[in-house]
Write a protein that binds this ligand. Structure first.
Ligand SMILES: NC(=O)c1ccc[n+]([C@@H]2O[C@H](COP(=O)([O-])OP(=O)(O)OC[C@H]3O[C@@H](n4cnc5c(N)ncnc54)[C@H](OP(=O)(O)O)[C@@H]3O)[C@@H](O)[C@H]2O)c1
Length: 323
């Protein structure tokens, strides 16, 4: 099969299109003919091997898993001998343990769901990682309630475009923070208020929020807390900030360590994709409450360019690879 392969850490030039062996299906999984894959900043981090701490898990000298990509959508081709839920031909989406930038991916059944009926495979492929992070952060970690005021910093990005729509679906009043070129788009997906960060600093305005989802980390934790109500919740969600050794872990740890001593809590969260979340997102998508925002689409052979675009940190919604 054709796949994108990486044998060393580095910038997007390390990604090469190659012919390699098709993966085999696991007993509890399915083999999916991938039609589209989604790219997100986590893929870019794993490609670069930064922060260096990540290499303890991903491979010290080079990536142990050579094919990038987590998000995918496609058609079930082979069903494992203990897998019960899917049959060949089913159109599905989900998160692979790695390797979705390829013609085939082998995945565990519990990370896969039937594609939402009203989405194309390209749209479905960009839902899992970013949609689940936004859902788990706002609904579970912050327990957003109807009538609360939620601010999404980085509202125009992969996570932010889902977060604005999910916060609205939870009944919140939503403020999105983005740059001038994205103001209309963020308003069009449901934000009640939009702050253009090139003109206004949300941490210095008079407004106070129940919840801040911070996808950008361009303000200190103390500055973000200043913009919260006294019992407000800060969700630090940036994986790309920080130094070359520990990256975002410094900020996440600081938020966690400070929380018992301050009323305005910082709640870092980790949101691996689970089938239950895919089903909850499907319900919201099929009810018309969430629509993926797609920035650009690239063919598999141009995955390096797609990754480079994501790595620049100015994607407008999600980036798709078609296979
Ligand atoms: N917790 C988890 O499990 C998890 C999972 C996935 C991702 N993440 C993390 O979540 C973060 C966000 O991911 P993402 O996919 O949304 O990233 P993304 O798509 O790369 O976000 C890019 C967006 O950020 C905006 N932006 C850049 N500078 C900004 C600023 N100063 N103020 C406001 N917006 C700004 C950009 O808008 P402009 O172009 O207009 O500047 C762009 O639309 C990443 O750091 C990622 O590592 C966490």
């Amino acid at each position: 099969m054709k796949a994108i392969v990486q044998d060393e850490y580095g910038s997007h030039e390390v990604l090469k299109l190659q012919e390699i062996e098709k993966p085999v299906v696991g007993d509890d999984g399915v083999l999916v003919r991938v039609r589209a894959a989604g790219v997100h900043p986590g893929d870019w981090l794993l490609m670069t091997g930064r922060p260096l701490l990540f290499r303890l898990g991903a491979g010290l000298r080079g990536p142990r898993k050579r094919i990038p990509g987590f998000d995918f959508a496609g058609t079930v081709e082979v069903v494992g001998k203990h897998a019960k839920e899917f049959k060949p031909g089913d159109e599905v989406f989900g998160e692979a343990a790695h390797g979705s930038c390829a013609e085939y991916v082998s995945v565990s059944e519990d990370k896969v769901a039937l594609k939402p009926a009203n989405l194309t495979l390209e749209q479905a492929a960009v839902v899992p990682v970013s949609g689940v992070v936004a859902l788990r952060g706002l609904r579970d970690a912050a327990n957003v309630q109807s009538g609360q005021h939620v601010l999404v910093n980085g509202a125009s990005g992969g996570v932010g475009t889902y977060a604005v729509q999910i916060a609205k679906a939870l009944g919140a009043e939503v403020t999105g923070v983005c740059s001038t070129r994205n103001v209309e788009m963020v308003r069009s997906i449901g934000a009640d208020h939009v702050i253009d960060y090139t003109e206004e600093d949300f941490t210095k305005g008079g407004e106070r929020y129940h919840v801040i989802l911070d996808n950008v980390a361009n303000h200190s934790l103390a500055e973000c807390r200043r913009a919260l109500i006294p019992e407000g919740i800060l969700l630090p969600n940036n994986g790309t900030a920080g130094g070359r050794w520990i990256g975002p872990l410094g900020r996440m740890t600081a938020a966690l360590v400070q929380s018992p001593f301050v009323r305005k809590q910082g709640r870092p969260f980790y949101a691996p994709v689970k089938k239950r979340d895919l089903l909850d997102l499907t319900e919201l998508i099929e009810a018309g409450k969430i629509t993926p925002v797609i920035d650009r689409t690239y063919p598999l052979g141009e995955t390096a360019e797609a990754m480079g675009h994501v790595g620049e940190g100015h994607a407008r919604g999600k980036v798709v690879i078609t296979v």
